[in-house]
Design a protein around this ligand. Structure first.
Ligand code: SDX
Length: 394
């Protein structure tokens, strides 16, 4: 049964799919990757290990993990000609516009040599995207600042390398604080995959036509950019800064409840979670840890966020509609505290979600009898009617 109509059993619906990667129980606030809880992974694992888990289905042995890290390290640089794509953009272009364009351009570099029917080619595609996406995102930031690109340093951990490519300059060496590296790695883990969200469904649908996976991921980045999806983290911080002080919170709560006001409480609500988003819980705990070390300026914003959550969760409107903070509500506070500008927040989300997109793509391509995605529709338009010459209209 799909709500309004029943699909005949033989119909291969593209409105749903089977997957072994991620399990969500929205009513219980449960999120698991390959059977491991997001809480345990965020606390005990690393982003690169979660990438291995999503890709291969198991946590790696030390030897497997060393091999995986080596394979990723061999792909962290991008082709020098790819870097020339950036100069075609205005310096003040939104970094997500660069991510869409440059990741899509990767298909021009690997299109001819890539046979997606070959498992080895699929595996190299996973490695290439996981390895290059931080380099591409950091370069988008550098381009917006007018600073020289920083090449990847394979001696650093994944998150330390990403932060260094963003903040290092020829004049001042940037050495990220271990708490900042851990916070970035945890943010990447918490955004790695999330079942069939809008951007992942976009990647699956684009990939189902056997299009080049780099262009399918570029389509996913486009979908993620929307403020109702991955763009919400940027919108949350703008909202918290607009609220400014705790005594203005009731005014914004009232606006969010007003059916005639398009304003929504950004970072609240979720299509699936009708209980707390477990990622928001972990991020709220991380805020304390990070703000002790960096981001004194975010302390006030964090207090407003916590007060806003407290008041909203006691309000009948939010209780009735089961609206809780989602992953975006606290992530922006941490990103801001470690020096990431708001227009880069969704790029960070895209860096993290790339492993989810490409492993979901791989799972779909490997699905036996994989068919092109083609969502069905319920036609609600006119019945058949005769054409009228223009002289008889009006
Ligand atoms: C992500 O799918 C994923 O997994 C996505 C994601 C991932 O990891 O990939 O989790 C990441 O996208 C998180 C969501 C980030 N977006 C936001 O925070 C934007 C603000 N949230 C909303 O726009 C909204 O909550 C959605 C789009 C996220 C979810 O919408 P729903 O659950 O389909 O809710 P709805 O639009 O059907 O609204 C139900 C009711 C409506 O009121 P009524 O018509 O019943 O009177 O709840 C209201 C809505 O107006 N509502 C809100 C609200 N969200 C829903 N009211 C005020 N503030 C909000 N944030």
């Amino acid at each position: 049964e799909f709500g309004l109509f029943t699909l005949d059993p033989g119909f291969r619906s593209t409105a749903s799919c089977e997957s072994k990667l991620t399990f969500i129980d929205g009513d219980k606030g449960v999120l698991q990757h390959r059977g491991y809880s997001i809480e345990e992974l965020a606390e005990k694992s690393t982003y690169l290990e979660v990438c291995y888990l999503l890709d291969m289905g198991e946590l790696p042995t030390q030897a497997q993990f060393d091999e995986f890290k080596h394979l990723i390290a061999t792909h962290t640089m991008v082709h020098e000609q790819l870097l020339r794509f950036y100069s075609g953009y205005r310096r003040d272009a939104h970094p997500m516009a660069l991510m869409v364009g440059v990741v899509g351009a990767l298909s021009a570099f690997y299109h001819d040599s890539l046979n997606i029917r070959d498992p080895r080619h699929r595996e190299i595609t996973v490695h290439r995207l996981v390895a290059k996406i931080p380099t591409i995102a950091a370069a988008a930031y550098k381009y917006s600042k007018g600073q020289p690109f920083v090449y990847p340093n394979n001696k650093l951990s994944y998150s330390a390398n990403f932060l260094t490519m963003m903040f290092d300059t020829p004049c001042d060496e940037y050495v990220p604080h271990p708490v900042v590296v851990r916070a970035m790695d945890r943010i990447l883990i918490l955004h790695a995959d999330h079942e069939q969200n809008a951007s992942t469904s976009t990647v699956r649908l684009a990939g189902s036509s056997l299009a080049n996976p780099f262009s399918a991921v570029s389509a996913g980045i486009s979908a993620l950019w929307g403020p109702a999806h991955g763009g919400a983290n940027e919108a949350v911080l703008r909202m918290l800064k607009e609220i400014g002080t705790a005594d203005r919170i009731p005014e914004f709560i009232q606006r969010a409840k007003d059916p005639d006001d398009p304003f929504r409480l950004m970072g609240f609500g979720h299509r699936v979670y009708k209980n707390t988003d477990p990622r928001a819980r972990v991020l709220k705990q991380s805020c304390d840890e990070v703000l002790e070390v960096v981001g004194a300026g975010e302390q006030e914003i964090f207090k407003i966020a916590m007060k806003l959550e407290e008041i909203a969760l006691q309000d009948e409107y939010f209780i009735q509609r089961k609206l809780f903070p989602n992953v975006d509500f606290y992530s922006g506070i941490i990103l801001s505290a470690i020096g990431i500008p708001t227009n880069m927040f969704t790029c960070i989300f895209a860096v993290a979600r790339t492993i989810g997109w490409i492993t979901q793509w791989k799972e779909m391509i490997e699905e036996p009898g994989q068919a092109i995605g083609r969502p069905r529709q319920l036609y609600t338009g006119y019945d058949i009617r005769p054409y009228k010459p223009i002289s008889e209209r009006g």
